[in-house]
Each structure stands twice: as structure tokens, then as C-alpha cells.
Design a protein around this ligand. Structure first.
Ligand code: UD1
Length: 341
């Protein structure tokens, strides 16, 4: 069974990917420093999987700790690197915190001896496109100057990985996955997104409002150049997204794949904020208290991905629709309200 190091494996996308890795016959080795995750997710994963996954608590910025980890787990075949700070606003306020964490961890992982060649999946983001000139945006679109230190860490990390492959001596293969907007939760409702404090992202704010944790949700602007005036994103179910990581590993396992490649991971469809609210109400039967407010500074007006390359080359595409995303996010919110972790 191929062993895959999953950094940030107790986080939102990481935990769902651990489930899909085991379903696909891999042995995930979770590494997480618990800075933005809850150790009880390990028990939740145990309930889904029927066995406890391997777990190491470690801050990947600790170089000696990473070396120790790799001597405890010497036979790693692949790495899926989720562990990173991801709050855009916080990164503007504390840029060094972001550069330190997101780069030290990546470099420590890369600057380590592995007994076998390693297939490496990097969590990138559609944030690298900014507001694209053409929609849907393809992987060839120009990368725009980053809007935030967070976005910059994703752009530079892609460059670091490309440079490392180009240097020739590398024993890695690398795939960067540019995620669009992951939402939803596992069908068991045992794992899902666990925002710390007030959620910044749309769907956790929607579900927390519906359950009564928040009084109302503000739609950030209805005067954009979009059909209903609200911003458009490519929302993707986290389980579909998790499966893209398995597809990336499978592609790198083929001898014909060499070097570095990058894929858009979205549905290929744009959905507006107002359409999300509508889908939530329709699929759950809940009424949402929302108001229209001003635009959020720094927001991109509209972005959705061209998924031709991920469909044809990665052999992956999404299966779950917006209603399933909303219904599963709601099931998780209700679960967590009754079973606080
Ligand atoms: C944001 C980041 C993106 C990052 C991603 C990680 C910005 C500009 N972009 O994406 O770089 O990769 O999070 O999760 O911060 N909205 C409301 N009301 C709310 C919350 C959100 O109307 O209370 C709207 C936003 O204006 C946006 C949409 O919902 O149009 C989605 O917002 P969000 O979930 O924060 O994601 P992004 O902005 O796409």
C-alpha cells in the first residue's frame, strides 16, 4: 500500500482527502500541528473509516522535527501538502507570519531525504488568476500580481516547485492543483469545515446564520457586472475536490508523466452569491436572513474555471451539484451544533 504523507490532514480539505485516499487503497500518514484544526477530527475519521489513521502532531516549520518524522516514516511514496495559513485578511495584517509558515514548511518538506522518488501534490488556488481577462479561466492564463501575501505564497510556491523540477536533479514529480471554492461536507456529516471565530467564507457564514449563531448574512455587493449583480465563483464539493488528489497521484504514478503540471480543480460553472442563498433555501427548506451590503474590498467580481485539461489529462471531473453541496454543509452544521467537538 503506497504511503502518502498528508500535511494538514485534519483540516477541511485534508480530512476529506484522507477518506478518499483510504477508499482508493492508499495509506495516509497525517501530519498536522493543530493550529487551525481539531484533534477530535481524528476520532471522526475513525468513525467513518472503521480504523484510526496514522497521525503525527508536528509543525512543519520545525526542520529537525521534519527530519525526525521522515526517519519514523521512511518509506513515503507521496506527499499531499495542504498545511498552510489561508486567511486573506490576516495575511495582509501579518505578512511575515504567512511567508514564514507557508514557505518554511514547503522548503523543509522538499529539503529532506526520501528513500524513494516522491509524487508531490501541492494545494494551490484560483487566487493566482486574480480577475481573469477571459472566462472560464484556463491554466495558461497569465498569473496576475497577487492581491494579498496569502495569494503571493501560492504563486511563489508554484514557482519554487517548478524551479526545483527544472533543476533536473529532482527525484520528485509535482502536480499543483488550483482549487476554486471548496464547500460542503462528507455525506456522513461526521467531518466538515470548522472555521475558527467568525467565518470569512460564504458557505460557513450561511450555515451559521441559518442555525442561529449569526443574526444575518450580508451579501457583499449587488452592483457588479453580473446577471444578478452579486459576485460569481466556481463552488466545488469538497469530496469531489478530495478525489482530485487521488487522480493526481494516479497520474504521477504513470511513467509517462514527468516533471511538473498544474490543473484547475472546479466544476467549470459559475454561481452567484444570490444563487447560493437560493440553492441553500431550496435544498434545506430553511429561510435565510440576508441583507445586501457594500462590496468587500479586494473581492474579484467573477471567476470560474475551464476544466477541459483536468477532465482530459487528469481524468477527473466533479459529480456533486450545488444542492448537494448546500444540503451536506447544512447536515454538518446541524451535527456540530448537537455534537460540539
Ligand atoms: C477567498 C479568497 C481566496 C481564497 C479563499 C480561501 C478573497 C478575496 N479571496 O475566496 O483567495 O483562496 O477565500 O478560502 O478573500 N460573500 C458574501 N458574504 C459573506 C462572505 C462572502 O457575500 O459573508 C461573498 C464574497 O464577496 C464572494 C463569495 O461570497 O463573492 C465567496 O467568498 P469567499 O467564500 O470568502 O471566497 P472567495 O472570496 O472566493
Amino acid at each position: 500500500m503506497a504511503k502518502i504523507l498528508v500535511t494538514g490532514g485534519l483540516g477541511f480539505i485534508g480530512s476529506h482527502t484522507v477518506v478518499e485516499l483510504i477508499n482508493a487503497g492508499y495509506e495516509p500518514v497525517i501530519v498536522d500541528d493543530l493550529s487551525n484544526s481539531n484533534v477530535k477530527i481524528l476520532d471522526q475519521l475513525t468513525k467513518i473509516l472503521g480504523r484510526k489513521p496514522i497521525f503525527h502532531q508536528l509543525d512543519l516549520c520545525d526542520e529537525a522535527g521534519v527530519k525526525q518524522l521522515l526517519s519514523a516514516e521512511p518509506d513515503i511514496d507521496g506527499i499531499i501538502h495542504f498545511a498552510a495559513f489561508k486567511a486573506v485578511g490576516e495575511s495582509v495584517e501579518f505578512p511575515l507570519k504567512y511567508y514564514r509558515n507557508n514557505f518554511y514548511s514547503l522548503i523543509n518538506l522538499l529539503n529532506t531525504y526520501y528513500s524513494k522518488p516522491v509524487n508531490f501534490v501541492f494545494s494551490s488556488s484560483c487566487t493566482v488568476y486574480g480577475q481573469p481577462d477571459q472566462l472560464p479561466v484556463t491554466e495558461n492564463a497569465s498569473v496576475k500580481p497577487a492581491e494579498s501575501p496569502y495569494g503571493n505564497t501560492k504563486q511563489i510556491a508554484e514557482e519554487i516547485l517548478k524551479d526545483m523540477i527544472a533543476s533536473g536533479g529532482s527525484r520528485y514529480k509535482v502536480i499543483a492543483l488550483r482549487y476554486f471554492n471548496p464547500v460542503g461536507a462528507h455525506e456522513s456529516a461526521l467531518i466538515g469545515e470548522l472555521p475558527v471565530g467568525v467565518p470569512q467564507n460564504l458557505v460557513p457564514f450561511v450555515t451559521q446564520t441559518a442555525i442561529g449563531k449569526r443574526e444575518k448574512i450580508t451579501v457583499f455587493g449587488n452592483d457588479y457586472h453580473t446577471p444578478d449583480g452579486s459576485c460569481i465563483r466556481d463552488y466545488i464539493h469538497v469530496v469531489d475536490l478530495a478525489k482530485a488528489h487521488v487522480a493526481a497521484l494516479k497520474l504521477m504514478e504513470q511513467e509517462s508523466f514527468t516533471g511538473y503540471d498544474v490543473f484547475n480543480i472546479g466544476t467549470g460553472k459559475g454561481t452567484s452569491v444570490l444563487e447560493i442563498i437560493d440553492a441553500f433555501e431550496r435544498s434545506t427548506g430553511e429561510k435565510l436572513n440576508f441583507v445586501i451590503g457594500p462590496r468587500r474590498p479586494g473581492d474579484v467580481e467573477q471567476v470560474w474555471g475551464d476544466v477541459t485539461k483536468s477532465t482530459n489529462v487528469l481524468g477527473w471531473k466533479t459529480e456533486l451539484d450545488i444542492d448537494t453541496m448546500m444540503a451536506s454543509a447544512w447536515a454538518w452544521e446541524k451535527y456540530i451544533a448537537n455534537n460540539p467537538l
